[in-house]
Design a protein around this ligand. Structure first.
Ligand code: G3I
Length: 357
């Protein structure tokens, strides 16, 4: 009788133990599944960090934060003598409070930047000296304000062209050529010598653009620009890029830098890729075939990222859920659906088998 009771208790204890382990496994987020590989981050808007349920989701799944818009030049520095810190400070405080890493995004970009930075009130381009004075003050002020919490900055964003010529023909490029890119890195480094400094761009795995980015970084580093790292944005699609191209791009950039982040990951269900704001607004029917492609692209992509864990140090999703996504929820881009529920792809990405690598 005593033996039977003992056996029964052992069985109950084992069952309880197994269910606890299972519950623990279920409770673990992406950041835990990828511990030992890379950080897993998310770009947040102001709603995400004000809603208790979304905050809980962020804290469960991610260990790195990027402000989707709040730290951009146009947001914090709308005109020469006006600074607007409210939203950027909220994101920084959220990270301080919760012990989360913060990637700074971004110091110089042709979009979301006040025109005052490079042109006068008549619309004429500023002299190089005036432009540099504005740029230097901007970089020093922002980097100094957040240097206790921001450990990495996207210093220059999207300066390489998509088609003609190596560089994007922005007003800043017209004023100073590629020297402005070098100077941005030099000043960011002076402002915070401990920050990891990134050149960040989209379509960075497409061979032609990859070569242009590679050549620019090589040239500017040789001229003394402290470019420590490459941000491959990763606004991908279920149709591309080819995973082999991602693999080769990581290898190529690793010749120049020791750190790569995937900084803005999402997968559109249509054929478009990249960070351009010129988006198709058409919705996509999420058929079983589209869903299967979506899952395969995510699974294959994370497999190649894990393969490069020595250099890929962080992978950041561009938005928390499909509801927040800049490409719209009808494009089905993220691992959490519009109701903040994990998709099947979430489980596939999270529950990889390290032994199969
Ligand atoms: O600030 C106004 C606000 O005052 C107004 O009420 C609101 C109404 O629509 O619009 C607000 O501005 C919008 C801003 O996001 C903040 O919500 C802009 O219209 C909108 O164009 C802007 O879009 C952002 C875009 O960058 C701007 O270039 C997206 O949210 C953001 O996801 C996107 O992020 C970029 C990365 O920084 C760099 N790489 C490409 C990526 C996608 O374009």
């Amino acid at each position: 009788m005593r033996k039977t009771v003992c056996s029964f208790l052992v069985v109950v204890a084992m069952a309880l133990c197994a269910s606890t382990v299972k519950a623990q496994q279920n409770a673990k987020g992406l950041k835990d599944a990828y511990a030992g590989y890379f950080d897993v981050g998310v770009a947040v808007n102001m709603r995400n960090i004000a809603d208790e349920q979304q905050i809980a989701l962020i804290k469960r799944e991610f260990n790195s934060i990027t402000a989707e818009n709040a730290m951009k030049p146009g947001s914090v520095h709308p005109s020469k003598d006006r600074w607007n810190w409210r939203e950027a400070d909220s994101v920084a405080d959220f990270c301080r409070r919760n012990g989360l890493k913060l990637r700074g995004h971004c110091l110089m970009w042709h979009n979301q930047i006040g025109r005052w930075m490079y042109q006068d009130s008549q619309g004429n381009l500023l002299s190089k000296e005036e432009f540099y004075q504005n740029m230097k003050e901007h970089i020093f002020t922002v980097v100094n304000r957040y240097k206790d919490v921001v450990y990495a900055w996207d210093v220059v964003n999207e300066a390489i062209s998509d088609g003609n010529g190596p560089y994007r023909n922005t007003p800043m490029y017209q004023i100073a050529g590629d020297e402005f890119i070098k100077m941005a890195f030099i000043w960011a480094h002076e402002a915070d010598p401990n920050a990891v400094l990134f050149y960040n761009d989209y379509n960075a795995a497409i061979p032609e653009k990859r070569n242009r980015i590679y050549n620019m970084i090589k040239k500017l580093k040789a001229e003394g620009a402290p470019i420590h790292a490459v941000g491959m944005q990763g606004h991908y699609s279920i149709y591309g890029p080819r995973i082999e191209d991602v693999d080769v791009a990581i290898q190529k950039y690793s010749e120049l830098v020791s750190t790569i982040h995937i900084t803005e990951l999402d997968l559109r269900a249509n054929q478009e890729m990249g960070g351009d704001l010129n988006l198709s607004t058409e919705g996509v029917q999420i058929t079983p075939e589209v869903k299967a492609r979506f899952e395969k692209q995510y699974v294959d992509l994370f497999k190649v990222l894990r393969k490069h864990k020595q250099v890929v140090r962080c992978v950041t999703f561009w938005n928390l859920s499909d509801k927040d996504s800049w490409v719209g929820e009808r494009n089905y881009p993220l691992l959490f659906d519009a109701k903040y529920q994990p998709k099947d792809a979430y489980h596939l990405v999270k529950n990889f088998n390290p032994k199969e690598e």
